[in-house]
Design a protein around this ligand. Sequence first.
Ligand code: ADP
Length: 381
Amino acid sequence: MAITKDAVLAALATVEDPAVRRDLVSIGAVTRCAVCDGRVSIALRAPGATSDEARSALAEAALAAVRAHAGESGAGLVGMRIEFLDKDGAVVGVADTAGPKRAPAATPPTPQAAAPGLPGVAHIVAVGAGKGGVGKSTIAVNLAVGLARAGRAVGLLDGDIYGPSLPTMMGLGAMDPVVIGNRIQPFMAHGVKCVTMGKLVEPGKPLIWRGPMAHGAFKQLAEQTEWGELDYLVIDLPPGTGDVVLTMAQMLRLDGAAIVCTPQRVAQDDAVRAAGMFRQLGVPVLGVVENMSYFVGDDGTEYDLFGRGGAEQMAQRLGAPYLGGVAINTRLRVNSDAGDPSANFAGDDALARDLTRLVERLEQEVALAASQTAAPTLTVR
Ligand code: ADP
């Protein structure tokens, strides 16, 4: 039987904060508790969680208590994630652990289980969305550029073969594709190695792919590109649930997928479906990004157009990390149209800060996903 929220709270009521020597529930340290399909996600603002060691000890105590409350040998617990918050609510550490090991037969094989990696590529991260127009490509581009600006070797694969946006957003305008032997040489723009179908077909031509053609096109872009050594390959996926995502899950071992969502309920519903699809394919959900969170007018007034915070709540329901939000910002749109994403990071304004924070959170989650074991792991911002 899957574990319930009440059981988690009862378990946390037996765990003592080391600073105040009282249990986590009675001192109000549990600021969030959500359970979805056996995945537990909690946020703790615990006065005693002031160091890596203290957080690690607290995470272990909480995990042991929850396992004990999760029924016989903790069988109802699939995974548990604790976000440690500082007094301002910023995430200062994350502990993430799998539940007790199950018999192998209980886990059906997923397309990911047999997927190989790409030689020379350390981490592969997909960026997906439940529907089009939510800013998925914008976020993929800015994550890639932000990672490159942080000194990582980064590739960006425009897997949105039906509507490639990279030629415009990365400013690839005058560059011509180069193929040596049968290897595609990626374009170098804003410190990122990019490939896109948009540069391999006639501009403006409609791209109509049947399932097997879409499979072949994606496979070619991923496997025949001369990526070299990369810390990260970021993949901009087509919106929704379809052939390309299945192809990707079968042919590439991913660290996980980030899901971009706008705050409205209808966008959330599609994003939940996308998350379900990734999990069914065996691709971990690294987190949710809330794009177009709100709008800031010229006078600095914030307008809550779509219901700010909706995607964060959805992430909690999914038991997935919330990676952060990006406001509606004219500069972001203008820089995207001008093919100059580097300019988004140039100033010291909310846009640069939001994007930089998003990049940091993604790296944190990738590190966690890569190091996931049965024992709790901790990363600190
Ligand atoms: P998708 O890949 O989900 O279809 P895009 O990334 O192509 O969406 O974004 C759609 C349009 O919205 C683009 O013109 C982009 O510049 C703009 N856009 C995306 N996010 C924002 C934002 N936060 N503020 C302003 N414009 C945005």
